[in-house]
Design a protein around this ligand. Sequence first.
Ligand SMILES: [Zn+2]
Length: 190
Amino acid sequence: MTPSAPVRRGAGRPCLDFTGTLRHRGAARAVEELTDPAALDAWIHRCGPYDRAEDAGRADAADLLAARVLREAIHRLVTAARDGGGPAACDAASRDRVNSAAARPVPVPALDAAGRLRHHAAEPVAAALAVLARDALDLVASTALARVRACAGDGCGALFLDTSRPGTRRWCSMSACGNRAKKDAPHARH
Ligand SMILES: [Zn+2]
């Protein structure tokens, strides 16, 4: 594993980065990034609260299933809240799923002797999922919900938080969907 790759998906919220691990959701060319427990480990280490891979624990097959089920529940929750005018628009099963994941203990921060902040959890994977679930609950219950967008890229649909001042961001990332859209629309150059 690369020790210090500061990869951020750029969705603006951890829960939205998490939903982005299923790309082109619902399309024939959907791409599952959480292909196995090791992929989940790598994602948690890269995007989660743990500074060291060994703190992020080791996911097993049950963790992988739980992560995917939570991810889709978060996606339904955020999408329903965004499109339906608020979090009450979410179906009960998805809401319950996110609530239960959020109820699990989250990683505990502690400063070590060298002054570095470390995060620990008895169940690191479940704790990382709890962080994501709490982030989703916080997001849909906050005014930031109005700034959640679905990428306008062809078949992308990735959710992101639009933090641009005018609130007109259209793509999950300029390097991917933004550039592709520009290429596909040469008349938009001028
Ligand atoms: Zn996109």
